[in-house]
Each structure stands twice: as structure tokens, then as C-alpha cells.
Design a protein around this ligand. Structure first.
Ligand SMILES: Nc1ncnc2c1ncn2[C@@H]1O[C@H](C[S@+](CC[C@H]([NH3+])C(=O)[O-])CC(=O)[O-])[C@@H](O)[C@H]1O
Ligand SMILES: O=C(O)C(=O)Cc1ccccc1
Length: 243
């Protein structure tokens, strides 16, 4: 577990709350924030490592798009042979700088190329594994198919995209129950009512979830041949999409 300051960013939130952004304050508390906010986060990271171990081949690359502090990149590094390159991309400078510092301390860390860039502008090539672990949800919905198509075009035959997203439920009763359970998860992890409400307001229109079925349809429409739902914990779902 990477070092983290405790996440108290919304403990004293005053309405109206500013739109959420991945700034230096978020980077400073991110490991604590994501562990306490995303049910199954550690499983999602481990899953990306397991897929990389099974699918990545020397001479190909693994991509961690929207890498944050690089938990998925580190999992891929630990599970792949030296001939596999890893490309970690994030447009938050504080996240990228934090990952670069971490990699300097990790044996083999030089296998990871860290790029501060928008994932929509990064070339994907010779990719056997691509991870979009809780990243696509922060792109405008209208930009998502184009990114997925470019990823698909940059992947080798037999490659796998691991997509993990917070999903929306169109059935009102289902949405109410799962949202309540997610907030119970946050309460159980020590967040106050004020912090839960403040984070919810900050994420409004910044994190835009879609129904699971919409993700599955889009993955097929951009050309992935098989789409398998690998994991779900409350309103967080992960798929493997094959080229
Ligand atoms: N257009 C963009 N271009 C590049 N980066 C972006 C963009 N939009 C958002 N980001 C970056 O995507 C990441 C989303 S967090 C991913 C967790 C990570 N995958 C993990 O496995 O720990 C999800 C979460 O915190 O819930 C942030 O670091 C943003 O800066
Ligand atoms: O979906 C939520 O309610 C979250 O809190 C997810 C999250 C986790 C870390 C940074 C931004 C959003």
C-alpha cells in the first residue's frame, strides 16, 4: 500500500462545493481516498495484474490509461516479464510526479514509461493489455467511443482491454438501493455525512456513469470481439474486452 495522507478533503466541505479535480491535494490523499470510496478497488487493481500476467508477451506493451499514482502499472510490472514495456498515462501532473517518484524506488521501475498527457492524445501501439481502471467515466460520454476505437486499433490480436467503471442503474429502485449501499460503504470507512454529501456534489457532472449494458454495447460497436463481465462490487463493474 502506497503512503497516503488521510482523506479529509470534504470533511469541512461548504456548499456550493467546487467541481472535483485531480489536483495536488487529491494526489496527496489518493490511496486513502480510493480505498475508502471504491468498493473492491484492490480487487480491480489485482485483476489488471492477473490479466497482464496471462496475456502480455515480450515485444508488446501494457498501457495504464488514467494511471493516477500507478497502482495498476505496479501490478502489471510485478506480473510481467522484462520484455514487456508499460506505459502509464495521466493528465494530472501531481499524479504523474508521484508515480515517477515511486518508480525510482522500485526494482525494474525503468520498464514503466510515465506520460503526463490526455489519454485521448496518446498513441497506443503493440498493446497486448490496456487498462482503463475507473478512467473512462471522467471523459465526456461523447468522447468515449473514439478513445475505445483508437485503443482497439492499437492492440495486437488476442489482446485484452480491462475496463472498470462506476455504473448507473436505470431502474429507480435498484439505483436507490445500490447508491445507499455505496454510501454505507463510505460510512463504514469513516466518512462523515458532510464528506459524503460534499464528494457527491463535487463529482456531479465530473464523473458521469453509464449503465453496464451501454458499456458492453459500445465495446462491441468499436470492434472488440468478446466482452466478459469479470467483476462487480455494488456499482463498480469490470470487463475484459478481447480484440
Ligand atoms: N482525459 C484524461 N487524460 C488522462 N488522465 C485522465 C483524464 N481524465 C481523467 N484522468 C485521470 O484519471 C484518473 C481517474 S482515477 C483512476 C484510478 C487509477 N486508474 C487506479 O487504478 O488507481 C479514478 C478514481 O479516482 O476514481 C485520475 O488520475 C485523473 O487525473
Ligand atoms: O464514485 C464515488 O463516489 C467516488 O468517490 C469515486 C472516486 C474515488 C476517488 C476519486 C474520485 C472519485
Amino acid at each position: 500500500m502506497q503512503h497516503s495522507d488521510p482523506d479529509d478533503l470534504f470533511d469541512r466541505a461548504e456548499m456550493p462545493v467546487a467541481p472535483f479535480e485531480f489536483n495536488a491535494d487529491v494526489a496527496r490523499v489518493f490511496p486513502d481516498m480510493v480505498r475508502r470510496s471504491v468498493p473492491g478497488y484492490a480487487d480491480l487493481v489485482a485483476l489488471c495484474g492477473l490479466v497482464a500476467r496471462r496475456v502480455a508477451r515480450p515485444g508488446t506493451r501494457c498501457y495504464d490509461l488514467g494511471c493516477s499514482l500507478g497502482a495498476v502499472s505496479l501490478a502489471m510490472l510485478a506480473r510481467t516479464p522484462s520484455g514487456v514495456g508499460i506505459v502509464a498515462v495521466d493528465n494530472a501532473r501531481a499524479m504523474v510526479d508521484g508515480l515517477a517518484r515511486r518508480l525510482a524506488e522500485v526494482p525494474g521501475g525503468e520498464r514503466v514509461r510515465v506520460c503526463c498527457a490526455d489519454v485521448r492524445e496518446v498513441e497506443v501501439a503493440d498493446a497486448s493489455v490496456v487498462a482503463l481502471n475507473l478512467t473512462l467515466q471522467f471523459l465526456p460520454p461523447q468522447a468515449r467511443a473514439g478513445l475505445l476505437a483508437r485503443i482497439r486499433d492499437g492492440m495486437v490480436p488476442g489482446g485484452v482491454l480491462v475496463l472498470a467503471e462506476k455504473v448507473r442503474f436505470d431502474d429507480a429502485a435498484e439505483a436507490a438501493l445500490v447508491t445507499a449501499l455505496h454510501e454505507d460503504f463510505k460510512r463504514a470507512n469513516g466518512y462523515s455525512e458532510l464528506a459524503i454529501a460534499g464528494k457527491r456534489a463535487a463529482l456531479e457532472r465530473v464523473l458521469v456513469p453509464e449503465p453496464a449494458a451501454a458499456h458492453e454495447q459500445r465495446l462491441r460497436e468499436v470492434g472488440f470481439t468478446r466482452v466478459t463481465r469479470l467483476y462487480q462490487h455494488l456499482n463498480f463493474v469490470a470487463w475484459a474486452a478481447w480484440t
